[in-house]
Design a binder for this molecule. Structure first.
Ligand SMILES: [Zn+2]
Length: 468
């Protein structure tokens, strides 16, 4: 009999061909064999009876900000939390202090994450000064993609956003063209700086401590106009454009109308799919997120966009500020620090969508990992096949996940009010990274286990549109 490091027995394994009753042999951090039940021998056996074995989630939108701001969480704390949430690879956004906008800073962050991460990590960079030499050097340093904002740097945070914020559309076009030359994707936080400025003027007489004022200051048209402009520019620039955190029915309509016009994709997040502004009112400043969580009609449009294959990724946008920082900002919801933790919500929420029949299990897995592996060119991830990385999650589709302050691993558990009391059908039972269990109900693994994740050399076929 063949011998393996580990065999996962008795699970229902989701392969690209569908669900199969197989055992999985893991060796050397890879999936070494798909085995008929009971075959093979191994040093370690994991019993997955009653569970589904799925590719681990690839969260393409995560903010730890390390090595800056340890009071908001560290690489250790947040990659542990991600592991508890079924995430086996995260892509860290370039906001840090200073901004990750040169190859040298990419290397610094890479070294820091490599020392502390429990799970695999990819790094985004900001395109910085937009010179071919600097932009190309960051690609050579192995980043997964670039990130830009169409909004200005928040007050007092210029060094975190230098070479990342491009509120001027001439600079946006330059950035898209410079990045297109590298062949890597560019992810955009898209809200019109000019329309946001108008929104701020229009709410100036309102009660700034009321969370309703935040929503009023950032209407859906801010996002939709920025997206329409980017998609128009991209018809000329030819970048691999990815729109971050789509929130609104209006933006979904824009995405629909531009379908096929250039190479673009889009994501949304659990808070836009499971929460509305009514929930945000309950959680107050802790649910202040940019762009804002909107109305039921927007949420409905986002689900429809997923069903139609317009939105092909669901991400956490995990972004913690400290409890003290959130409270200190509560007097002005327009300027209060934006973001909410989502490390342990993403996968249970998508399993819940499966339980409710909103998406199939295969669609959920595509939204969580398969499409990310294709879009960001990670040929060894996002699928269960011989030779792929042994990055897996074992889930109980009938289990329950209850989100409360004390059930969360994230350092940011004190600012997760948007999800307190949430109950999802579906539970992450075990998370395996590189063949080793880093979570099985409690955190195992070790800092430094996670690998730096870089794109493969040859582009992969792009995600196909999901069927309804
Ligand atoms: Zn973000």
């Amino acid at each position: 009999m063949d011998s393996f490091d580990t065999i996962i027995r008795n699970g229902a394994v989701l392969t690209p061909e569908g669900l199969q009753s197989l055992d999985l042999g893991l060796s050397g951090g890879k999936i070494a064999a798909l085995l008929p039940r009971g075959e093979g021998v191994a040093a370690q056996t994991i019993d997955a009876s009653g569970q589904h074995v799925l590719p681990g989630a690839i969260d393409i939108h995560f903010h730890i900000r390390a090595p800056a701001y340890p009071e908001r969480g560290t690489v250790e704390s947040e990659t542990r939390a991600a592991a508890a949430g079924g995430i086996t690879t995260l892509f860290e956004m370039p906001i840090s202090k200073p901004c990750c906008n040169t190859a040298e800073r990419v290397e610094t962050r890479r070294a820091h994450f490599a020392e502390h991460a429990f799970i695999n990590f990819g790094l985004y960079a900001a395109p910085g000064d937009l010179t071919d030499a600097s932009v190309g050097a960051m690609a050579a340093a192995g980043i997964v993609a670039y990130k830009i904002f169409t909004t200005p740097a928040p007050e007092g945070r210029d060094d975190e956003f230098f070479g990342l914020s491009f509120p001027d559309e001439a600079d946006q076009l330059r950035a898209l063209k410079a990045i297109a030359k590298t062949g890597l994707p560019v992810v955009v936080h898209a809200e019109s700086a000019q329309l946001l400025a108008l929104g701020e003027v229009e709410v100036a007489e309102l009660d700034l401590s009321n969370i309703d004022t935040h929503l009023a200051s950032r209407p859906a048209i801010c996002e939709a106009v920025a997206v329409a402009k980017l998609l128009t520019m991209n018809m000329e620039a030819g970048a691999r454009l990815h729109i971050a955190h789509v929130t609104s029915a209006l933006t979904v309509e824009v995405l629909r109308r531009f379908a096929g016009s250039s190479d673009f994709s889009a994501e949304t997040c659990p808070h836009y799919l499971w929460r509305t502004h009514e929930d945000v009112r309950q959680a107050g400043v802790f649910a202040k997120i940019n762009p804002p969580v909107r109305l039921q009609s927007d949420q409905d449009a986002l689900w429809q966009a997923i069903a139609d294959g317009i939105i092909t990724h669901v991400t956490t946008d995990h972004a913690a500020f400290s409890h003290a920082e959130k409270l200190a900002g509560a007097g002005n919801m327009v300027t209060a620090p934006p973001g909410s933790p989502g490390s342990e919500v993403l996968v249970p929420a998508m399993l819940d969508a499966v339980a409710r029949g909103r998406v199939s299990l295969a669609q959920a897995v595509a939204l969580l990992s398969g499409n990310a592996a294709k879009r960001f060119n990670l040929p060894n991830k996002g699928r269960i096949a011989v030779g792929a990385d042994a990055d897996l999650m074992l889930v109980d589709l009938a289990g329950t996940t209850s989100i409360e302050r004390d059930t969360l691993q994230t350092f940011a558990r004190d600012v997760a009010q948007l999800y307190y009391g949430a109950r999802f059908t579906g539970r992450v039972m075990r998370t395996i990274v590189g063949g080793a269990s880093v979570y099985d109900g409690t955190i195992g693994g070790q800092p430094g286990w996670g690998r730096y994740t870089s794109p493969g050399s040859a582009p992969l076929a792009q995600p196909s549109r999901l069927s309804a």
